[in-house]
Design a protein around this ligand. Sequence first.
Ligand code: ADP
Length: 159
Amino acid sequence: MRTAIYPGSFDPPTNGHCDIIKRSSKLFDHVIVAVAENSEKVYTFTVEQRVKMLKDIVKPFNNITVEHFNGLLVEYAKLKSAVTIIRGLRALSDFEYEFELALMNRHLNCDVDTIFMMTDEHYSFVRSSLVKEVARLGGDISDKVPPIVEKYLREHYSK
Ligand code: ADP
């Protein structure tokens, strides 16, 4: 069985993430969407909230599961018998960081390879931080995030 891991902060998930999830479900037998829990990072949504949103999003796909992880991604991949890490690429600005990350992960475990999926043109400028900023200022983000995420954002910023 070909298992791949799609790791990220997903703080919150956007339609850009959903597009990568949907397309990767066709390429692998099993995709684990792995929600990062990094104690050094400050998140807007708790790991439980991010997992909950993603579980709702992946409901239509029977080969996708959602989990959370902390620690080294390559160790987590080994634990899950996954040999592929999926990452998304938007503009050139993503490249340098993703390139370093992929090389470091390969250095840590050469059995795990990273593959990159190009963003859909509709989502090339969609990122979690920008969506949050627009939501915070009361702008319309309904075509940038799934309905469940819009609900969480509305609740979060109405406090
Ligand atoms: P991280 O903190 O690990 O970068 P993110 O949730 O920001 O977590 O992103 C997870 C992955 O999804 C990254 O590989 C990122 O490039 C990708 N991604 C985020 N938004 C998009 C998008 N609009 N289109 C394609 N890939 C995306």
